[in-house]
Design a protein around this ligand. Structure first.
Ligand SMILES: [Zn+2]
Ligand SMILES: [Zn+2]
Length: 608
């Protein structure tokens, strides 16, 4: 263990010590360190509450204050079992003991009255734990298996110093405030409804605006780069995915196939069992349809529908293509882990010589889009093949060229990149994008992948300058992953304060009284005609309350209008970024707003 892991793991022993003092009936499972702290899984009939966490924390402080020494004792397997029984922890610890391979050392660590089966390592004394905090309680199945008993997982963290702990807790609080699931609900951006299905996002009108604006922006950039937009259906025949290799190999991560009624009736008549049906599907004896797990095969069929000459290449087909994957329910998370999502997908069919320039093009596009969104801090990861593995398809000489192309392309970005052997797909090298948001968290977006495999499986070809048939290479690219994930990340990045061009509601007109109702309506009509998303707040409550609402709902501009403004054909502008911007002629304001939207200006920093 690293010193930090050692510290955190020792803290989990202290946690278990305190648990047994407060809840002697607790059955302990395991308490490892994690990337950001530690946890202990405990089995306890009493459902732990936030108040309990405080009490446990206080008891942990006492244990630390007692400055107990951690001591190690090595024992035989039989002795270990005896100790576990003696301390009354056989429910999980005997199983954990059985996990230790024959021949490996078995050890217990003792601190004060507490003894735990553990390989180590730990700090020497409990007082070395100077800054810790218990954070939350969550349900966790024993060994992560939902058929097992659900335990309570107590999460905590520890740092070498109080300052580091304080900084981490501030960051956690920031993350909580920015949580896209919370903001998505407050700002009515998306809904996930159990009756529709877990992991299936319903984009509400406000959220749909953000997605549509992003798609319009990305689509325009793609057109500039010579991409062609296509549309393809959400399903395809199993036969297609047998050719591509997506079925049956990735069956567990897909929704089950849809089988035609007549086929089902015939199978029922034949008395076919479920197992036989599954077998027939795998063997290809019967056909059916699959909700598409990938857009590639559809795009390949568009490419293959026409003969191509080397002069036509590269062919770049783009689609905001919706795909479906069967994620485990425990893995689902708001918009960032879902079962149905729309990729900003494209497939490039090119000659081998064109690979470098095409990858550079893909990366340039990502750079433009991230810069527009104010995401300047990101890195790329170049996934290369593992030189010692035989799992990769294709000619090693081609691989060398493709890897070199990825590396060269990454260099042109002017941002840091790492090369990671073993991270390539089996069919080609790839480039991943990892962005860092304003509070320092990393998010993996999408990828650019070179593929020698699918062109071969689908027997794609083009006629070269030599009049011979050649095999094109494919590049898959979905640099932002999916619209769901990307918007989820952007909600957190902007903390809901979207730039005006993305804001679902851009301007709200606030008339001070009924007397200026006509003028206020006229302004709203005029703004609508300018394609501005505007609403009129005609509620009769006080101006202060109306202004407060625009702030809470994160509307970039509020235009306050009273008698004076109406007379002068002016507006009193309040912006989310600067507060009161004073009175200005309405035409001046429109001009300013139009510029801000057209240039996709970023929100100015809020006054602190
Ligand atoms: Zn330990
Ligand atoms: Zn693809």
């Amino acid at each position: 263990m690293t010193p930090l892991e050692e510290l955190r793991h020792s803290c989990s022993h202290v946690l278990a010590t305190a648990m047994l003092r407060l809840f002697p009936e607790t059955k302990l499972d395991i308490g490892p360190p994690t990337e950001t702290g530690f946890y202990y899984d405990v089995d306890l009939d009493h459902k732990l509450t936030a108040e309990d966490l405080e009490k446990i924390e206080a008891e942990m402080k006492r244990v630390i204050e007692e400055n107990q020494a951690f001591t190690r004792q090595e024992v035989s397997r039989e002795e270990a079992a005896a100790i576990i029984k003696q301390i009354g922890q056989e429910r999980y610890k005997l199983g954990r003991l059985a996990d230790i391979p024959e021949g490996e050392k078995i050890s217990f660590y003792r601190n004060g009255e507490f003894t735990d089966l553990c390989a180590g390592t730990h700090v020497r004394y409990t007082k070395q734990i100077k800054a810790f905090k218990l954070l939350s309680i969550a349900g966790a199945y024993h060994r992560g298996d939902e058929h097992n008993r659900q335990l309570q997982r107590i999460y905590g963290t520890a740092f070498p110093t109080k300052d580091e702990l304080a900084a981490y807790l501030t960051q956690l609080e920031q993350a909580r405030l920015r949580d896209h699931r919370r903001l998505g609900k407050d700002l009515k951006l998306f809904v996930i409804d159990d009756a529709v299905g877990q992991g299936l996002v319903l984009w509400t009108p406000a959220g749909a605006v953000i997605r549509q604006e992003l798609q319009t922006f990305i689509a325009a950039e793609l057109r500039k780069q010579g991409y062609h937009q296509v549309f393809t259906p959400h399903i395809g025949r199993l036969e297609l995915y047998r050719t591509s290799g997506h079925f049956p190999y990735y069956r567990d991560s897909q929704y089950p196939p849809v089988i035609e009624r007549e086929t089902l009736a015939r199978l029922a008549h034949e008395g076919c069992s479920c197992a036989q049906l599954a077998n027939k599907l795998t063997e290809g004896d019967i056909d059916g349809y699959l909700l598409k797990p990938m857009n590639c095969p559809h795009h390949i069929k568009i490419y293959a529908s026409q003969p191509h000459s080397y002069r036509d290449l590269p062919v770049r087909l783009a689609e905001f293509g919706t795909v479906y994957r069967w994620e485990q329910s425990g893995e689902l998370n708001g918009m960032t882990r879902v079962r149905g999502f729309t990729q900003d997908d494209a497939h490039l069919f090119c000659t081998e010589e064109q690979i470098p320039q095409e990858i550079i093009g893909c990366l340039a596009l990502v750079k433009i889009i991230l810069a527009t969104l104010g995401i300047a801090d990101y890195r790329v990861r170049v996934g290369l093949r593992d030189p010692d593995s035989a799992k990769y398809t294709g000619d090693p000489a081609n691989w060398d060229k493709a890897e070199a192309a990825c590396r060269e392309a990454a260099k042109t970005l002017g941002v840091s990149f790492t090369e990671e052997p073993g991270e390539a797909a089996f069919y080609g090298p790839k480039i991943d994008f990892i962005i860092k948001d304003v509070i320092g968290r990393e998010w993996q977006l999408g990828t650019v992948q070179v593929d020698y495999n699918l062109p071969q499986r689908f027997d794609l070809s083009y006629i070269g300058a030599d009049n011979q048939s050649h095999r094109p290479v494919m590049i898959h690219r979905a640099p932002f992953g999916s619209m769901e994930r990307f918007v989820g990340v952007l909600i957190e990045h902007f903390a809901g304060d979207f730039p005006t061009w993305l804001a679902p509601e851009q301007v709200r007109v606030l008339p001070i009284s009924d007397k200026v109702g006509d003028y206020a309506r006229e302004l709203a009509t005029r703004l609508k005609a300018e394609n501005i998303r505007v609403t009129l707040d005609e509620h009769s409550d006080k101006l202060g309350a109306k202004i407060r609402r625009t702030e809470v709902e994160k509307v970039p501009y509020a235009l306050v209008v009273g008698g004076k403004e109406a007379e002068a054909r002016a507006v009193s502008v309040r912006s989310r970024a600067k507060g009161d911007e004073g009175v200005m002629p309405f035409e001046t304001y429109i001009e300013k707003l139009r510029t801000e939207v057209v240039t996709r200006a970023l929100p100015e920093r809020k006054k602190q």
